[in-house]
Design a protein around this ligand. Structure first.
Ligand SMILES: Cc1ncc(COP(=O)(O)O)c(C=O)c1O
Length: 371
């Protein structure tokens, strides 16, 4: 047997100060080493129902149709976009970063008529802009990104959902970065469809994409023309979650144990306490990093994602070299910019276990020593 086949994986221990994946609570790792059971085992059905109930709490929704879609956040995005656009149907996209561009590309590939309102990266849309755009375009569907991970910008939901509601459009909110770390409040914000991931605010390994769909959007879905997508057909997926649990795909029981435990960790801390902890870490990091000469990329404080701080490095500091030193000398994995912001900003995640005074201070010390 070749030597390599007999070696066991030994992954390095890192502090994941990026936009995700985040560090994982030991309880979640422990849950993920529990025995795999059959997909029709009563224990697994119980686990699935528990995950759905806990997801409703964290999404802030009563939506019956709330469940994890297999795959990463992009799978949630493709499920939302493909199910809620029709060939030639109009979708209006609020574009201010990489992930709105991804929504755009998916909608185009599914044959939609895509119209966009563009904004400089790092800026967000106002109520007046949302109203004028939606009133002019009269779209069937509206999509936006709640926390634009490529820029660190936080888009308030109300200005968009209120305008969409007035025109009767279905709203899709990308909550990939925000769910579990800051309020999303799907029902209070009257969002029709929201999707997320497991590896950011929920602090779990990646692999599932929680999605929630309002009764109004579900009614629309029941009547829509045939879908060009088999694996992410939400109507078929829903039949797996509801008794008699019609077979659709073979779910990873291990990932379900993981998300169930990650949601239980959140429940034990208290959702509001968790949001507050992320907000405090945000304030502390911003104050400390400003003293080192970094400048926030998002200008207005109220438009910043709490647990993903984006900053421009001081003149003369090479962001890639800085990140390399942090990784090599401290095991701290900080991210750089992507898309148009590659090489221009740092993206610093303080999510889940890292959103503490101690971990923020440790990062600030390492940054100071590495510049
Ligand atoms: C806002 C947003 N949407 C969608 C995605 C895609 O998620 P994934 O990489 O899990 O497929 C990401 C990933 O970072 C994201 O930040």
């Amino acid at each position: 047997m070749p030597e390599v086949a007999t070696k066991r994986v030994t992954a390095p221990r890192r502090y994941l100060y990026g936009p995700g994946p985040t560090n994982v609570d030991p309880r979640v790792y422990d849950a993920m080493t529990q025995p795999v059971v059959g997909m029709r085992d009563p224990f697994f059905f119980e686990c699935m129902a528990d995950v759905q109930a806990k997801l409703r709490d964290v999404f802030g929704t009563q939506n019956q149709m709330t469940f994890p879609v297999p795959g990463t956040g992009s799978s949630g995005m493709e499920a939302a976009v493909s199910n809620f656009v029709t060939p030639g149907g109009k979708i209006a996209i609020f574009a201010n970063g990489v992930f709105a561009d991804r929504q755009t590309e998916m909608a185009r590939r599914h044959g939609a008529n895509v119209v966009r309102i563009e904004k400089e990266w790092g800026k967000v849309f106002t109520q007046e802009e949302a109203e004028a755009f939606i009133e002019r375009e009269k779209p069937q569907t509206v999509a936006f990104v709640h926390g634009e991970t490529s820029t660190g910008a936080y888009q308030a939901m109300r200005p968009i959902t209120a305008a969409a509601k007035r025109s009767g459009a279905i709203t899709i909110a990308d909550c990939v970065t925000t769910l579990g770390a800051m309020p999303v409040e799907i029902d209070a914000n009257e969002v029709d469809v929201a999707y997320s991931c497991t590896q950011k605010g929920l602090s779990c390994p990646s692999g599932l994409a929680p999605i929630t769909i309002s009764p109004k959007a579900w009614e629309w879905l029941e009547k829509r023309p045939a879908l060009d997508n088999w694996y992410l057909d939400l109507r078929m997926l829903a039949k797996w979650y509801e008794p008699p649990h019609v077979y659709h795909h073979t779910p990873s029981t291990t990932l379900f144990y993981g998300i169930r435990e990650a949601l239980a960790v959140i429940e034990d801390e208290g959702l509001k306490n968790r949001w507050d902890r992320h907000y405090r870490a945000h304030q502390r990091l911003l104050a400390g990093i400003a003293k080192l000469g970094f400048e926030p990329f998002v200008q207005e404080p109220e438009n910043r994602i709490w647990h993903l701080v984006t900053v421009k490095p001081p003149a003369g500091v090479d962001e890639a070299a800085l990140r390399q030193k942090l990784l090599e000398n401290y095991g701290m994995d900080v991210s750089g910019g992507i898309g148009a912001l590659a090489g221009k900003i740092l993206r610093i995640g303080i999510m889940g276990p890292l959103a503490t005074d101690e971990r923020v201070d440790a990062l600030l010390e390492a940054l100071a020593a590495s510049m």
